[in-house]
Design a protein around this ligand. Structure first.
Ligand code: BES
Ligand code: ZN
Length: 466
């Protein structure tokens, strides 16, 4: 994509304020040190930024270094050397506390992306919105119940692209769902039962809709249920049931009138989502990417998953911008992670092979503010480097080895051949629940992860002659 190539060629236009905004809000929680004394000691003072055209000078204001909590009413400027847990937590408050749940396509999601864009713009980064298409369909709970003559529950599965809907009506049997199967049958407003086979599922649903049916049940032609699709958005709720349940339902119908209640509640996303890509050009060829997804699941406000990662990413961006960092820094807020890593897949897909090779490291921050255990996963060389960096900060992370090790945006980079590191924390008892609130995100844990990311990137930069 043009932006990265442009930055690599050193011709990127830099937007955003020329001097950094010093946050004046009081910290969200009583302020504690941004980094442990060990962490601060390990981070070298940054040299004067004379060679980086976009470097933002550190603030002239006094810098707090105290490890004890100052009066919570006093506004404190974060130090340019270290990630501030209080600042990162302030971002989490804004994203998860004020905006709340941020599923793909939501207004809150867009507002979260805009917030990240404005923060990174203020830090002197060139900010770009990167749009991509998303199509997603999830049967988030369909129900089919026989209400008469005797109540019974069937295990219905929404067909992909079935619209949402709720119908209570008489069930009418209509063979295979061919137009002739509906001829002379009172199907208007009714739930139609058809069998799988001969016609496409789409044709069956269209024929039923044309005959005036309110909903369609397709029974399988083999034992068990099946995952069917209408191919594209259909017009009436359509579900499948197991062959065995179809047989039972037909037997019931042969004995008299059967009424049923059907509810289809799919989560459908068919549109565009976007990443926010913030770039700060370096003087050496090579790119480091810091990423965090800003979307959440619909179920909850995504305080830890993943306002925490976005908050820390903004802080890491602030610290790197105050340094003479040699490489181009790209900080990305990924969209549509929760429905299949769409944002990061798109990010790597739109790079040329040459641009992909320029990526020295991607650091993914996801769920970093809850849980005692610091966890690492990803490319072996980066995990090893991060373990050493963590040791210097007095931290002892463990490796994440189960399926979660692949369950976030770094996986898209690794799949595309770019080295990536995943930093996360476990356990989070509120994962993907309404309880994943900003209030449970701990500034101290955010600071720990942020300073580890900075230490890792600092080490990579030092190799390049920082
Ligand atoms: N942050 C989670 C993944 C995660 C969970 C990492 C717990 C570490 C500990 C991520 O947002 C997520 O929920 N991912 C999906 C998979 C993805 C491919 C849609 C998941 O794990 O279900
Ligand atoms: Zn996540």
């Amino acid at each position: 994509m043009a932006y990265l190539l442009a930055t690599l060629l050193g011709v990127a236009a830099i937007s955003g304020a020329s001097c950094r905004t010093i946050p004046t809000d009081p910290p969200a929680a009583p302020t504690t040190s941004a980094a442990s004394p060990a962490a601060q000691a390990a981070i070298l003072p940054s040299p004067t930024a004379t060679t980086v055209p976009t470097a933002t000078p550190p603030p002239p204001t006094p810098v707090p270094t105290a490890t004890s909590a100052p009066a919570p009413t006093v506004a404190v400027s974060p130090t340019p050397q270290a990630v501030s847990g209080a600042e990162a937590r302030r971002h989490v408050e804004r994203l998860a506390g004020e905006l709340g749940s941020r599923p793909v396509g939501s207004t809150a999601g867009d507002a979260a992306a805009a917030y990240f864009a404005s923060q990174l713009g203020s830090l002197g980064y060139a900010v770009e919105e990167q749009r991509f298409p998303v199509t997603y369909y999830d049967d988030s709970g369909s129900q089919l119940a026989i209400t008469g003559p005797r109540p019974a529950t069937l295990a219905a599965r929404a067909m992909r692209y079935s619209p949402a809907g709720e119908v209570t009506a008489v069930v009418v049997e209509a063979g295979l769902g061919r137009p002739a199967d509906f001829a002379g049958k009172p199907v208007r407003g009714k739930i139609v039962l058809v069998q799988r086979g001969e016609l496409t599922l789409r044709e069956k649903a269209d024929n039923a809709a044309a005959a005036g049916a309110a909903a369609v049940i397709v029974s399988n032609s083999e034992p068990g249920n099946f995952a069917g699709t209408l191919g594209q958005p259909g017009s009436i709720p359509t579900v499948s049931i197991a062959q065995e349940e179809g047989t039972q339902l037909r037997r019931l119908l042969s004995q008299g009138e059967v009424t049923a209640h059907l509810r289809v509640r799919p989560l459908t996303v068919d549109g565009t989502a976007h990443n926010v890509v913030a770039t700060r050009p370096g003087r050496l060829p090579g790119v480091v990417v810091v990423g965090a997804h800003y979307d959440s699941v619909p179920a909850g406000p995504g305080g830890n998953d993943n306002a925490s990662g976005v908050g820390v990413a903004i802080e890491v961006a602030r610290v790197l911008a105050a340094r003479d960092y040699p490489y181009t820094v790209v900080v990305v807020a990924f969209g549509a992670e929760e429905i299949g890593l769409f944002g990061s897949k798109h990010f790597v897909a739109q790079l040329s092979a040459e641009e992909r090779q320029q990526i020295i490291a991607m650091v993914n921050l996801d769920m970093v503010g809850v849980g005692e255990n610091l966890r690492l996963a990803g490319s072996e060389e980066l995990v090893a480097l991060a373990e050493k960096a963590a040791g210097r900060l007095g931290l002892s992370p463990a490796r994440l080895t189960d399926a979660r090790a692949q369950a976030s945006d770094h996986a898209s980079f690794i799949a595309a051949g770019a080295p990536a590191l995943f930093i996360t924390r476990t356990p989070d008892p509120n994962y993907h629940t309404p309880e994943d609130k900003a209030a449970f995100v701990q500034p101290q844990l955010l600071a720990e992860v942020g300073n580890l990311a900075v230490e890792v990137l600092g080490e990579i930069g030092a190799r390049g002659g920082q």
